[in-house]
Write a protein that binds this ligand. Structure first.
Ligand code: FAD
Length: 507
């Protein structure tokens, strides 16, 4: 181990001037094989770090960052579960911190003014948080992502969005306190009142200001069951009107989860009608689709929570009342009653299936963006109905979110519009030569982004990826100065998360 660190300090980094902090790492660090951090879920970028450290505590994280500050060129990338698409958790010739090693830290329930919260590690998976919270407290976080194999620190560095976001805001809006190791190696507790600038900067901060080692998350009582519903629209206008109506209903009056997706109007097993079905006993009858329908259809996906003691007639009544106000194609409705936990873990089976077919580990040229309500009809005409009319080999998500649920003080930027839509092109395609060349799909993504610029849409990339600082400036717009100031305050040497390619390491 000592020889290894000699190599790390002197061999590859000859200009560095290590001090006692670096030598204090010796013997106290654990390392993982470098190979785990050379790739990510996107499968399109590769980068070789100097070392992959397994920190077991906040003190380990702080020591690693402090060590980097004593060198002239080392960077540090916290790696959650490596589910980024474009190398965001990588550090070429730098240190990667495998935050999963800290997953077991900090699991504690607390109450404040009668509201329950849980302290969890930044390296815990949301799936682990769910299972522990349900089994130990019968309580759960309120805001989720669709897929739960992501770390708390990884999603809080972006936003964390799913069908509950319309009601509770993104996951970043459901955190009241963080413990963060800044780019100076300082460990600070921050919240709205204490070190507040660091708190707001870190949420949605793309890992640029600090490494989240602990997050305090708001909890609610765990529902027992979910009525899970899918209805189909042939007209985009009807789909958006209904979705927007549902997301503006007051809590208790509407559904607990609202999402939507686009499907090709054909029987293609990966892109068409079959993807709407929720069980092998369900059948999609295309005769019901109006002849006026275009090349794509729209599916509204809804869920209502209920207790297992609830009478099914009461659940039916609530669902019927809500569905009664909607304009979906009559006769095309699918539903199922599932356990709440199974509902939240629904993407797990997609993962297993994709692994079995060899498309989980294939490249994923995904595109995520937020498009304002004012531009979404044009986006439908130009992108869904033309460029993507045959589908992307996986889900094309589209559903509305409310600007009022996003905190402007956080670093994430979203369109300035009361309602905006998340669009997610979640391509699952066999690797070439069986599937199309990955470059071609990346070009299609870029063409869509370019179209958004050309047509003057009010939009932002979600999970953004840019290679030039000019593009980052455009992304952040009038929030760029604040972003730069925050970097100056909390990571002045630009040590953290170099894979985002926003800043270059200073001395
Ligand atoms: P990583 O990819 O490991 O890291 C992401 C960034 O965060 C990097 O810059 C990294 O340096 C930084 N980082 C990691 N840990 C920390 C930490 N503790 N402190 C500070 N910075 C840190 N997103 C949604 O919003 N909703 C979804 O429904 C959703 N579903 C997804 C499904 C799949 C199958 C995949 C692959 C992605 C999905 N995403 C979704 C995107 C996902 O939220 C982001 O890619 C997220 O960053 C991945 O988390 P991770 O733990 O793998 O982070």
């Amino acid at each position: 181990m000592i020889a290894y660190l000699e190599h790390f300090v002197h061999g590859n980094d000859t200009e560095s001037t290590p001090n006692d902090d670096v030598s204090s790492l010796q013997g106290s660090f654990h390392f993982s094989p470098i190979s785990i951090a050379t790739k990510d879920f996107g499968g399109m970028k590769s980068s070789t770090p100097l070392a992959v450290i397994r920190p077991y505590s906040t003190a380990d994280v702080a020591r690693a960052v402090k060590a980097a500050t004593t060198t002239t060129n080392l960077t540090v990338a916290p790696r959650g579960n490596g589910h980024s698409i474009n190398g965001q958790a990588m550090a070429e010739k730098g240190l990667v911190l495998d935050m999963r090693a800290t997953a077991e830290e900090h699991f504690q329930l607390l109450y404040h003014d009668g509201v329950p919260y849980v302290d969890v590690s930044g390296g815990a998976l949301w799936e682990e948080v769910l299972k522990r919270c349900v089994s130990q407290f019968q309580l759960v976080p309120r805001s989720w992502t669709d897929y739960l194999g992501l770390t708390v620190g990884g999603t809080l560095s972006n936003a964390g969005v799913s069908g509950q976001t319309f009601r509770y805001g993104p996951q970043t809006a459901n955190v009241t306190e963080l413990e963060v190791v800044t780019g100076k190696g300082d460990t600070l507790v921050c919240n709205e009142n204490q070190n507040s600038e660091l708190f707001f900067a870190t949420l949605g901060g793309l890992g640029q200001f600090g490494i989240i080692t602990r997050a305090r998350i708001v909890l609610q009582q765990a529902p027992d069951m979910v009525r899970w519903i899918r209805v189909i629209y042939s007209e985009f206008e009807d789909f958006t009107k209904d979705a927007e109506w549902l997301v503006t209903l007051p809590e208790g009056d509407g559904f607990d989860y609202v999402e939507g997706f686009v499907v090709a109007n054909n029987d293609d097993p990966c892109n068409g009608w079959p993807t709407v079905l929720m069980g092998s006993n369900q059948v999609f009858d295309p005769v019901q689709v109006p002849s006026s329908a275009g090349p794509v259809l729209y599916c509204l996906e809804l869920a209502l929570h209920y207790r297992k003691t609830a009478r099914s007639s009461d659940v039916n009544k609530r669902v019927d009342r809500l569905l009664g106000g909607l304009r979906f194609v009559e006769g095309i409705k699918f539903e199922d009653d599932v356990k709440y936990m199974d509902f939240l873990l629904r993407v797990k089976s997609v993962e297993e299936d994709a692994k079995a077919k060899g498309i989980w580990d294939a490249p994923h040229p995904w595109l995520n963006m937020f498009v304002s309500k004012s531009d979404i009809a044009d986006f439908d005409r130009e992108v869904f109905k033309k460029i993507l009319k045959h589908g992307v080999g996986g889900p094309i998500l589209v559903y509305p979110l409310l600007r009022s649920k996003w905190d402007d003080r956080h670093s994430v930027v979203v369109p300035d519009s009361n309602i905006f839509y998340i669009i997610a092109l979640l391509r699952f395609i066999p690797p070439p030569p069986k599937g199309p060349p990955t470059d071609k799909l990346v070009s299609q993504n870029n063409a869509i982004i370019q179209l958004c610029y050309n047509r003057g849409y009010n939009f932002k990339l979600y999970l953004p990826h840019y290679l030039s600082q000019d593009n980052w400036m455009r992304h952040f717009g009038d929030k760029w100065t604040r972003f730069v100031q925050r970097k100056q305050n909390f990571d002045p040497m630009a040590i953290l998360a170099p894979g985002q390619k926003i800043f270059s390491r200073n001395q």
